[in-house]
Design a protein around this ligand. Structure first.
Ligand SMILES: Cc1ncc(C[n+]2csc(CCOP(=O)(O)OP(=O)(O)O)c2C)c(N)n1
Ligand code: SF4
Ligand SMILES: [Mg+2]
Length: 285
């Protein structure tokens, strides 16, 4: 009898991705979708897509998706989360989006401890617009706008988003992972899941930075791009957990939504109940 080994998660629509070969956006989408399913959040989640190659995330995730203007995803997510406390909200943002035009929004959402989950795709470049320098572009990295390599004397130093946000009192969970090898997938998925679980338990703001590839604009093969993350990006951006109030079990944020009941009149999902159900689901794997 045939055994199913590989299934599309329910949280992903049955359509092909438009991403380039070797681009890690697709892997990250799948891992987020698997976690939404396993935490039983899929039917109750609203995503906020940003501007960049993942702008069409609304074509891929099987949940409601709002497309926010450049950099504004944390502000849009704040509005949705406060207006609909019976829903979970995550943003999916590139480094150009989150760390350039959206710097103010991410810092203020983090310092407010907004109960949202942010997936920050750091591929060290503006992918969609043809490979211009991003705030996270490495020193010496050649891009369309730094043809002789990024010179900090001219273009400033790369921004370390996790380290920056970890100085604030608001965040409940901040971690950086690298989508640069098959053996990293379990760790990446576990970290994504923890960030979503943070919201499930209403602990407050969670962000996962994912060191990612852009083989097209880096002008590398997919294998070379993976190696470049391992050999260069990881040096500038060490992976690890920077804030974790979930494990320390302190700093529990109140939901900042109006009252503790959703506008729809539906009761809030019981976090403990959902976590218990999710644990059962995960054990079944
Ligand atoms: C206000 C505004 N400025 C500039 C742009 C052009 N723009 C679209 S995507 C993008 C860069 C996106 O890069 P990133 O967020 O790193 O995403 P990636 O494509 O690398 O995944 C820019 C500058 C825009 N759409 N809106
Ligand atoms: S341009 Fe870069 S980030 Fe965009 S889909 Fe292609 S590889 Fe991915
Ligand atoms: Mg980018």
């Amino acid at each position: 009898m045939a055994t199913v080994k590989y299934e599309r998660p329910e949280a992903l629509l049955d359509v092909p991705f438009h991403y380039c070969p070797g681009c890690t956006h697709g892997i990250t989408h799948r891992l987020i979708a698997e976690c939404l399913d396993e935490l039983l959040m899929t039917g109750q989640t609203i995503a906020v897509a940003s501007v960049g190659c993942s702008v069409m995330a609304y074509d891929y995730f099987a949940c409601d998706v709002v497309q926010a203007p450049h950099g504004r995803a944390p502000a849009v997510a704040t509005g949705i989360r406060r207006a609909r406390p019976d829903r979970f909200v995550f943003t999916y943002q590139g480094d150009g989006d989150l760390a350039a035009i959206g710097t103010a929004e991410i810092i203020h959402a983090a310092t407010r401890g907004e109960n949202i989950t942010v997936f920050f795709i750091n591929n060290a470049i503006y992918g969609m617009t043809g490979g211009q320098m991003a705030p996270t572009t490495l020193e010496g990295q050649v891009t369309q706008t730094t043809p002789w390599g990024r010179d900090p004397a001219v273009a400033g130093n790369p921004i370390k988003v996790c380290e920056l946000l970890a100085t604030l009192d608001g965040p409940a969970f901040i971690a950086r992972v690298a989508v640069d090898h098959a053996n990293q997938i379990r760790q990446v998925k576990a970290t994504i899941k923890k960030a979503l679980q943070c919201q499930l338990e209403r602990r407050g703001f969670a962000l996962v930075e994912l060191l990612s590839t852009c083989p097209t604009n880096w002008k590398m093969s997919p294998a070379e791009a993976m190696r470049w993350v391992q050999e260069h990006m990881r040096q500038q951006y060490p992976v690890g957990v920077f804030v974790d109030h979930l494990s320390e079990n302190r700093h529990i944020f109140q939901d900042r939504s109006a009252g503790d009941q959703p506008a729809s009149g539906q009761p809030l999902p019981d976090a403990a109940d959902l976590t218990a159900k999710a644990a059962v689901y995960t054990t079944k794997e």
